[in-house]
Design a protein. Structure first.
Lengths: 152, 346
C-alpha cells in the first residue's frame, strides 16, 4: 500500500492517505461503488476540532444538496461548525454508529468514523492536490481562526 | 428528628417519552418505600411559571432537597435560585454525561469564576442531579441513599426560609406520589378519569428564557445593555435579574454569547456550553464554519448580533447591528480565546 502523504500543521503531522480523494472542505471521499463515496473528516480537520462530542444532521438521507448547503452541525472540545457537503451531490446515508456516539470520528477518522455516503459527479482532488490546497490555504486558515480573535 | 429528612423532587421530562417516564417512575417507586426520604414529582422545572403549584410545592419544601431533572445541574440549580428555592450547594457524585467524556478538558478548565453569588441562602443543602447522567434507576437511588445518609445526622433549622403562604389544598397532590404516578399512568394510557386529571398538576407549555448562574455573574450589565426585548432588570440590591422571562425570544441565545463570564444559561439550547454544561473551555469556541465550506466564520459576538437583529426584524423593529450594547469587555473574552488558540500549538 502506498504510504500516506503528510501535511505539517506547525508541529503536528497530519497524514493524508493516497487511497482516496479529497475536497477543499477538508473532507475525504473514498469510492465504494462507481460514483458513490464514503465521506469523512481529514486529519487536518480533526486536528482543529479535537474531541468531538456533538454531531447533528439537519437533512434526511437521500437528500440532494447544493455546494455550501448546510447539512448539519458539529461541536467539539475546541470548536463549533456548521457542516457542508464536499461538493454538490446527494447525501445517501449517514453512518449509524456516529448517531449513537460521535467520538467514533476521533477513534478512526479515515475508517469506521466515516460520516456519510455521498453521490457526486464532481471531480475530487487527489491526495497531492489536497496537500497543495492545504499549502496554499494554510496562511488563510490561521488568519481565519486567529482573525476571530482580533475582530470586533 | 424531622430535620434529617431528605425530600426528593423529580422534575419530569417534557412530552411523554416512555423511556424517560419509566426512569422517573422507577426512581420514584423505589424511593417511596425508603425511610427518611419523601419523594414527589413536578412538571418540567424550566417550564413551570413562578406561581405554578409545582413551584409553590418546591418552595414549601423544608430541609435538604434533591432535585432531579432532564437538565444540566447548573441549569437546575439556577432555575431554582430564580424561583427563590435556595440552599448550600450539595455535592453529587452522579454527573451529567458530557462532563466525564472529556477528562483532559477538566485540567484545562482552570478559569476561576468570581461571581456575585446568590443572596439569602438558607442553611440547608440543595442537590441537583441531571437525569441524563445514567440510564439506570439504581444509580440514582444509590446516590440519593448516599445523600440521605450524609444528611442523617444533621439538624436543620426548619421553617425559617419558607416564604409566602402556600395553599395546602393545591399542594396536597405533591404529598401523594403513588397517587400522582397512578394518575400519570392513566393519563398516558388514555384512560384518565376526571379524578386523575384533577390530581395531575396544571399543564405547562414549553418556555424559553435565560437563567443566570450567579456563581459566575459579575453584575457587569452587558446582558441588560445588549438585550432589546426587556428581559433583564435589576432587583432592590441592584443585582441583575431575569425580570420578564417570557419577553425572551424563543430560540435566541444572543445574550448568552455576549456574556463575558459564560454565566447565562439557556437550558434548552443544543450547544452544551450554552445549555449549562460544566468544563467548557471558556465557553467560547472557535467557529470553523468558514474552513469547512461556509461563507462566514463568525465569532460569538457576530452570531449574537445576527440573532438579535433577526428577532428585532420579526418584531417589526429596526435592526441595530453593532451599534447598541457592544462594549469593551468583549475583548476580555477574546483574550481568553487567544489563550485557547495558543494551546493548539500552531
Amino acid at each position: 500500500m502506498t504510504e500516506p502523504l503528510h501535511f505539517m500543521m506547525g508541529q503536528f503531522k497530519a497524514p493524508i492517505p493516497q487511497d482516496r480523494f479529497y475536497s477543499p472542505r477538508h473532507l475525504w471521499l473514498k469510492e465504494i461503488t462507481p460514483g458513490r463515496f464514503q465521506v469523512g473528516f481529514t486529519a487536518y480537520s480533526l486536528r482543529l476540532l479535537q474531541d468531538i462530542y456533538f454531531l447533528e444532521w439537519s437533512i434526511d438521507p437521500e437528500t440532494i444538496v447544493r455546494d455550501k448547503q448546510e447539512i448539519g452541525e458539529i461541536e467539539s472540545a475546541k470548536a463549533v461548525s456548521s457542516m457542508f457537503p464536499p461538493f454538490a451531490g446527494k447525501v445517501v446515508a449517514f453512518n449509524p454508529r456516529l448517531l449513537i456516539d460521535p467520538s467514533g470520528i476521533n477513534a478512526d477518522n479515515y475508517g469506521n468514523g466515516w460520516l456519510y455516503e455521498f453521490e457526486t459527479n464532481q471531480t475530487p482532488l487527489s491526495a497531492a492536490g489536497y496537500i497543495e490546497f492545504l499549502n496554499s490555504a494554510w496562511d488563510d486558515a490561521q488568519k481565519t481562526i486567529k482573525g476571530q480573535v482580533n475582530e470586533s | 428528628m424531622a430535620g434529617s429528612k431528605v425530600t426528593v423532587v423529580i422534575s419530569q421530562a417534557q412530552g411523554r417519552n416512555p423511556i424517560k417516564r419509566q426512569l422517573e417512575e422507577d426512581i420514584a417507586t423505589a424511593l417511596i418505600a425508603e425511610p427518611g426520604i419523601d419523594v414527589s414529582l413536578v412538571p418540567h422545572l424550566y417550564d413551570m411559571s413562578q406561581d405554578h403549584s409545582g413551584m409553590l410545592f418546591l418552595r414549601s419544601v423544608p430541609g435538604n432537597v434533591v432535585v432531579l431533572g432532564w437538565l444540566y445541574e447548573r441549569a437546575i440549580r439556577w432555575t431554582l435560585d430564580r424561583a427563590n428555592i435556595r440552599g448550600k450547594d450539595g455535592m453529587t457524585l452522579l454527573k451529567s454525561a458530557d462532563e466525564e467524556s472529556d477528562d483532559d478538558e477538566e485540567e484545562e478548565d482552570t478559569r476561576q469564576y468570581n461571581g456575585i453569588g446568590s443572596v439569602n441562602v438558607p442553611n440547608r443543602r440543595v442537590y441537583c442531579i441531571d437525569l441524563r447522567a445514567s440510564v439506570s434507576a439504581d444509580a440514582f437511588v444509590r446516590e440519593i441513599r448516599r445523600i440521605s445518609e450524609e444528611n442523617s445526622v444533621q439538624t436543620v433549622d426548619l421553617m425559617s426560609w419558607i416564604g409566602g403562604s402556600p395553599q395546602p389544598e393545591q399542594l396536597q397532590r405533591y404529598l401523594q406520589p403513588e397517587r400522582l404516578l397512578e394518575a400519570r399512568r392513566a393519563f398516558d394510557s388514555g384512560s384518565a378519569t376526571h379524578v386523575d386529571k384533577a390530581t395531575l398538576p396544571e399543564d405547562t407549555g414549553r418556555r424559553w428564557y435565560p437563567v443566570i448562574d450567579y456563581s459566575r455573574c459579575t453584575n457587569c450589565m452587558e446582558c441588560i445593555d445588549f438585550c432589546l426585548f426587556g428581559v433583564y432588570g435589576v432587583d432592590a440590591l441592584d443585582r441583575i435579574l431575569v425580570e420578564q422571562q417570557d419577553n425572551c425570544k424563543k430560540g435566541c441565545p444572543a445574550c448568552s454569547r455576549v456574556c463575558p463570564e459564560n454565566a447565562i444559561i439557556f437550558p434548552q439550547h443544543k450547544q452544551p456550553a450554552i445549555a449549562g454544561a460544566e468544563g467548557e473551555v471558556s465557553g467560547l469556541k472557535i467557529d470553523l464554519t468558514k474552513l469547512f465550506g461556509g461563507d462566514s466564520g463568525e465569532s460569538a459576538v457576530e452570531m449574537a448580533i445576527k440573532e438579535r437583529d433577526r428577532e428585532l426584524i420579526l418584531d417589526g423593529r429596526e435592526a441595530v447591528g453593532m451599534s447598541v450594547g457592544i462594549k469593551q469587555k468583549v475583548r476580555e473574552e477574546m483574550d481568553q480565546l487567544i489563550a485557547d488558540l495558543d494551546a493548539l500549538e500552531f
